[in-house]
Write a protein that binds this ligand. Structure first.
Ligand SMILES: Nc1nc2c(c(=O)[nH]1)N[C@H]1C(S)=C(S)[C@@H](COP(=O)(O)O)O[C@H]1N2
Ligand SMILES: [Mo]
Length: 328
C-alpha cells in the first residue's frame, strides 16, 4: 500500500518540486518508488549502489531547515485547514479560487512608534525574503514539512518599533464574508484572531510567510501573508493577516475562545500533554511518498511527536520555569 502511493505521483507536483530545487533528482527518486522492477533495490547491496544524488537530500539546507523530506506541493496545497473556506481539508483549495489577496493592506496599531495602514509592499519593503523548511504539526495529530518563503517577523517588528509597554501582538484574518463562504455561518467567531508574546514573535524561527516552494502563497495556504511558528500547533499560524495590534495584555485566540478547555494561548507542541480527546504522542505524516530506500531505512508514515516539534534548542528557554501542563 505504501509502495503503491508512489504511483500517485502527478506531473503537477513533480513540476513544482523540480522548479524549487532546480534539479532532476526528484524525478529519479519518484521513479525509484514506481515499478515492481525496482523491488530489487530494497536489497542492501542495491541501496548502497544507488547514485549519490539519488540518496542526497535536497540542496540549499540552511541552519533553520528541517532535514526531513518536504511534503509534496500537491499535499500542502490540497489538505488544508482554513475554516473560512469550508471545514473539510479539501474545501479551502476548492473554494478559495476567487479570493483576492491583492491589493492588500495591513493595519499596524497599539503600542508602536509607527502605527499606520501599510500596503503589503510598504510593510515588507527593504526586508529580505528567506527560505525555511519547517516541520508543521497540527493539533489534530498530523504533520507536514513545508518549504516556506517569508520574512522573519522580528525584522518587521523592529521596523515598526514597538514601545516598551508592548508585551504581546494580536493578529487578525481578513473579514470578507463575500469572499469567504463559511464567514456567513457561525462555525467559529469571525474574524480568526491569534496572538503571541512579543519574545515569541521576535524569535528567529517566527516567520511571516509569503510563499511555498518558491511560488506565491496559494489562497488556501493564507495568501498573501500568514504566520508560521513551527514549534507551536498549526492553529497558531493565522492566515491572510490584515492587522497587528501591539498590546500590554495577553490576547485571546480563536480556538481558545471557541473551546478554552481544549485549546490554550501557548499551543506549544507537547507530546506529554494530551488533547482531552486524543493522544499527542505521535503524528501521521501527510502526503508522504515512501521510496524503497526510505522503506529500507525504516521510515514510516507515522512518527513520534517531539517536544516543541523538535525546536527545543531554539525555543525552550522562553518557557523556563513555566508549567506547560497549565499553560497549554
Ligand atoms: N484564518 C485562519 N487561519 C488558520 C486556520 C483557519 O481556519 N483560519 N486554520 C489553522 C490550522 S488549524 C492549521 S493546522 C493551519 C493549516 O495551514 P495550512 O493549510 O497552510 O497547512 O492554519 C491555521 N490558520
Ligand atoms: Mo490545525
Amino acid at each position: 500500500m505504501l509502495i503503491g502511493k508512489g504511483s500517485d505521483l502527478r506531473s503537477s507536483e513533480i513540476t513544482n518540486e523540480q522548479a524549487y530545487y532546480g534539479r532532476r533528482e526528484f524525478l529519479k527518486g519518484g521513479a525509484l518508488a514506481l515499478g515492481a522492477g525496482a523491488a530489487a533495490s530494497v536489497l542492501p547491496g542495491c541501496v548502497t549502489s544507488a547514485a549519490p544524488e539519488e540518496q542526497a537530500p535536497p540542496s540549499r539546507k540552511g541552519p533553520f531547515d528541517a532535514s526531513e523530506t518536504p511534503t509534496p506541493y500537491e499535499a500542502i496545497t490540497t489538505y488544508n485547514n482554513y475554516y473560512e473556506f469550508g471545514l473539510d481539508k479539501a474545501n479551502p483549495a476548492r473554494n478559495s479560487g476567487k479570493f483576492r489577496p491583492k491589493p492588500w493592506t495591513v493595519k499596524i496599531m497599539g503600542f508602536v512608534k509607527k502605527p499606520a495602514d501599510y500596503s503589503l509592499d510598504d510593510l515588507l519593503a527593504g526586508l529580505t525574503v528567506e527560505d525555511r523548511i519547517y516541520r508543521m504539526r497540527c493539533v489534530e495529530g498530523w504533520s507536514m514539512v513545508i518549504p516556506w518563503q517569508g520574512i522573519p517577523l522580528a525584522s518587521i517588528i523592529k521596523k515598526l518599533d514597538p514601545l516598551p509597554s508592548a508585551k504581546f501582538i494580536e493578529m487578525k484574518t481578513i473579514l470578507a464574508p463575500d469572499q469567504m463562504p463559511e464567514q456567513r455561518g457561525d462555525a467559529l467567531p469571525w474574524p480568526y484572531v491569534e496572538g503571541l508574546r512579543l519574545d515569541e514573535a521576535m524569535n528567529p524561527l517566527t516567520l511571516f510567510a509569503t510563499g511555498i516552494y518558491g511560488k506565491p502563497l496559494p489562497n488556501q495556504n493564507g495568501a498573501p501573508l500568514r504566520l508560521v511558528t513551527p514549534w507551536k500547533y498549526g492553529f497558531k499560524g493565522i492566515k491572510s493577516i490584515v492587522s497587528i495590534n501591539f498590546t500590554d495584555r495577553q490576547p485571546k485566540n480563536t480556538w481558545q475562545i471557541a473551546n478554552p478547555v481544549e485549546y490554550g494561548f501557548y499551543a506549544n507542541v507537547n507530546p506529554t500533554v494530551d488533547h482531552p480527546r486524543w493522544s499527542q504522542k505521535s503524528e501521521k505524516i501527510i502526503g508522504q511518498r515512501l521510496s524503497l530506500i526510505q522503506i529500507a531505512k525504516g521510515e514510516a508514515a507515522v512518527k513520534r511527536t517531539l517536544m516543541f516539534n523538535g525546536y527545543g534548542d531554539q525555543v525552550a528557554s522562553m518557557y523556563a520555569g513555566m508549567d506547560l501542563k497549565k499553560n497549554f
